[in-house]
Design a protein around this ligand. Structure first.
Ligand SMILES: Cc1cc2nc3c(=O)[nH]c(=O)nc-3n(C[C@H](O)[C@H](O)[C@H](O)COP(=O)(O)OP(=O)(O)OC[C@H]3O[C@@H](n4cnc5c(N)ncnc54)[C@H](O)[C@@H]3O)c2cc1C
Length: 395
């Protein structure tokens, strides 16, 4: 019988792993520090590579029901509001946009054995001794585990224990997130993701929900490049009026959305974006890392949760090989995932430079985008085909 897998962290990565393991008949235990799930209302984009996996995990109908279908992208200048490029996606699998809390809840609902999920359990530290793992939980004493997956996010206690020299650092970017009830006047934003790009500022806007869902929302992410940020406590409430002033620009459409943001009772939070250098490896004996614990990335390719879900599915595939020891499965998983996640991390970083370009760089960017978009827009899909067309075959 394969080892029982102890998962730390019930974010999107940890829940995806629990679900994938359960469906492979592998026992798991999942420890989450929070009392329950936060009903964080912000949006999330789920690209075809990960929709493909979520469908394999049995979420096809539910995703269809609650998601907005993104058919393509539009890039605009933040300064002039000019459309710089627009193109349609050409994948057979849909690209969805939904509320993050809905996806989180869906994954949780799909897990049959909820008795294996323990809330209010915060891992403080762990030790590997005599072929056993000892997990020390805050106010709960210690438990033993056969094998452990760290899905505890960017500030992972387990990653810090394995790699104390890899400290998380502020990336130079912060994101403000807001949602607004979807209004008819936003109709020009339907069916796509729209990005306004400019020096030190960029804005991403996309709808959540669809015509059938009881409520639809407009998801707004305002990103600013600034040298300093709030501390790592993730999110601080933002002053919406000051934010709207800072982002005021030549787009009437965007300015109207910013005015609506001020009027709306929905809160707006500022999130410092943190990263660390790529790790040399993820697995040590019976411990491995997954999702943001292994490879935090800037959100500028909308792939952080996507990579966590891919990690989970691939790891469950390797663990389901009865002939292998858990340590071997961990190593194979790491070998299968490090190159791809590293490439997505780098692309996300490059996108930051592209979105925030100024001067001659911005002029060149605009020229290239204009030409490609007018002559051969399909080329813009080629840039991300290696991400979106990725298919994991069942073992
Ligand atoms: C502005 C912004 C927009 C984004 N948009 C997208 C997008 O559109 N698409 C996309 O794919 N990604 C997006 N992302 C990235 C995505 O949110 C993350 O990459 C993803 O949530 C990582 O999932 P995770 O499960 O690895 O970690 P997390 O979501 O951080 O989950 C970690 C879990 O572990 C728990 N935990 C932590 N420490 C402990 C402990 N010691 N003991 C027990 N439990 C613990 C936490 O409470 C949490 O539940 C975005 C990120 C940002 C900031």
């Amino acid at each position: 019988m394969k080892s029982e897998i102890t998962i730390v962290g019930a974010g999107i990565g940890g829940l995806s792993l629990a679900l994938a393991l359960e469906q492979k008949g592998i026992n798991f235990r999942l420890y989450e520090q929070a009392n329950s799930f936060e009903a964080l209302g912000y949006g999330i984009q789920i690209s075809p590579n990960v929709v493909h996996i979520l469908e394999k995990l049995g979420l096809k109908k539910q995703l269809e029901r609650l998601s907005h279908i993104c058919l393509g992208f539009q890039l605009r200048s933040f300064n002039t509001n000019k459309i710089l490029a627009e193109w349609k996606l050409d994948n057979k699998t849909p690209y969805y946009q939904c509320r993050r809390a809905d996806l989180h809840q869906l994954l949780f609902d799909m897990i049959q054995n909820k008795g294996r999920i323990y809330f209010s359990q915060c891992l403080e530290s762990y030790e590997q001794k005599d072929n056993h793992l000892y997990l020390h939980l805050k106010n709960q004493g210690s438990i033993t585990a056969q094998a452990m997956v760290a899905a505890d996010g960017i500030n992972s206690v387990i990653r810090q224990s394995l790699f104390p020299q890899y400290q998380v650092r502020y990336s130079g970017y912060s994101a403000y997130r807001v949602i607004l009830p979807f209004h008819r006047k936003y109709h020009f934003l339907w069916g796509k993701a729209t990005v306004w790009m400019g020096k030190n500022h960029h804005v991403v806007v996309y709808p959540n929900g669809n015509e059938q869902s009881p409520e639809s929302w407009l998801n707004l992410v305002l990103v600013i490049k600034e040298r300093k940020s709030n501390d790592q406590s993730w999110s601080v409430p933002a002053d919406k009026t000051a934010l709207a002033q800072d982002f005021a620009n030549h787009s009437n459409e965007l300015n109207l959305i910013l005015e609506d943001m001020i009027e709306s009772p929905e809160p707006c939070f500022k999130w410092g974006l943190f990263i660390h250098e790529p790790l040399p490896y993820w697995s040590q004996s019976k411990v491995t890392l997954l999702g943001d614990a292994a490879h935090p990335m800037l959100p500028f390719q909308a792939q952080g949760a996507a990579m966590a879900i891919e990690d989970a599915y691939v790891l469950a595939q390797y663990l389901s090989n009865e002939k292998e020891m858990v340590e071997e499965s961990f190593i194979k998983y790491e070998q299968a995932r490090m190159k791809r996640t590293g490439a997505v991390q780098r692309l996300s970083r490059r996108n930051a430079d592209i979105f925030h370009a100024s001067g001659i760089k911005a002029l060149t960017r605009n020229l290239i985008l204009g030409l490609v978009s007018a002559i051969m827009p399909s080329l813009l899909n080629k840039r991300t085909a290696w991400i979106y067309d990725y298919k994991i075959e069942n073992s």
